[in-house]
Write a protein that binds this ligand. Structure first.
Ligand code: ZN
Length: 306
């Protein structure tokens, strides 16, 4: 079954490669094997990058996609149910390089093709506070301006790396639904980056999505239980809590950004169908699996994008 992956660290994958189009040379075949048809292509910023660094990375991602010959999702017309070849949705993970003029800089990110953005990674920056930052610090005044500008452009705010205070501040500040592109349920695996029931209820009631994250340590606290089937257990739990229409995929595959291969069954895009089979084992109907795999995201983007 085809899949829409809401979070993929492809800027890092591109940075590690050497071909004109790393995506085409090293990844297109692996997407095909896993039936990943729609994928995000995240430009990732950990917290110490300047605005110029951000621009350079975003340009590089855009260029690699162009040279790969693939299309990008830029507006509603690019969303096709019968999509067969890989298509990219550019996203920005972290905006630490924005220290002033958030309106102008977010406009630039949008003009380059980015349609989802998180104000922070785990860092604490001029806009917001991520998971490693001061728990008492949330969205800043500059961050509020950033959310407003993103709402204006219908650029989706991603809350996956926000600390709890920032999460609630963004939910309050955003006039449009927000999404957590790559976070699981804290109830099943207690790590900072997963979401509490209360957070997921609030996100869903605002119309948002939660993307299931295949990062091993976010699946299960016990090492031997970090499997695609147990990732599907998160989807089951969240669907039971807030409804299947809010569950999506945001695998954050280690294969894109890790230096050493990890040995479990949902590490790279070619293993995506292990998760789909896991959903079957957790009692989802084929129709529901299709929603989680790609239909919820397409529905969301159709309603959201300009
Ligand atoms: Zn991330």
């Amino acid at each position: 079954m085809k899949v829409f992956d809401l979070h993929a660290d492809l800027a890092i994958a591109i940075g590690k490669g050497s071909a004109d189009s790393v995506l085409k040379e090293q990844w297109h075949e692996r997407f095909k094997q896993g039936e990943v048809v729609y994928t995000s292509a995240a430009s990732f910023f950990r917290g110490d990058e300047s605005w110029e660094d951000m621009q350079q990375t975003v340009r590089r991602v855009k260029k690699d996609i162009e040279l790969s010959g693939a299309q990008r999702i830029l507006d509603r017309e690019d969303l096709k149910d019968d999509q067969k070849d890989i298509i990219y949705l550019m996203t920005a993970e972290g905006m630490c390089g924005i220290k002033d003029d958030p309106e102008e800089k977010i406009q630039w990110l949008y003009d380059q093709g980015n349609r989802i953005g998180s104000l922070e990674w785990n860092d604490e920056n001029a806009l917001a506070t991520g998971n490693w930052g001061d728990p008492a610090r949330g969205l800043t005044g500059l961050g509020r301006r950033a959310v407003k500008k993103m709402n204006e452009l219908h650029m989706i705010v991603d809350v996956s790396h926000a600390n709890e205070k920032t999460f609630w501040d963004i939910l309050d500040a955003s006039e449009l639904p927000v999404i957590a592109t790559h976070s699981n349920a804290k109830k099943l695996c207690f790590v900072e980056r997963n979401l509490t029931d209360q957070q997921m209820r609030a996100l869903a009631s605002k119309g948002g999505l939660i993307g299931m994250n295949a990062c091993a340590s976010f699946i299960h606290e016990e090492k031997e239980k970090r499997t695609a089937e147990n990732l599907a257990a998160h989807a089951r739990y969240i669907a039971d809590l807030v409804g299947v229409s809010h569950v999506a995929c945001g695998f954050d595959f280690g294969a894109y950004y890790k230096d050493e291969e990890e040995d479990y069954d949902i590490y790279g895009p070619e293993q995506t169908q292990n998760f789909i089979n896991g959903l079957r084992k957790h009692g989802f109907s084929e129709e529901e699996i299709e929603m989680i795999a790609w239909k919820n995201v397409l529905r969301f983007l159709r309603e959201y994008m300009l």
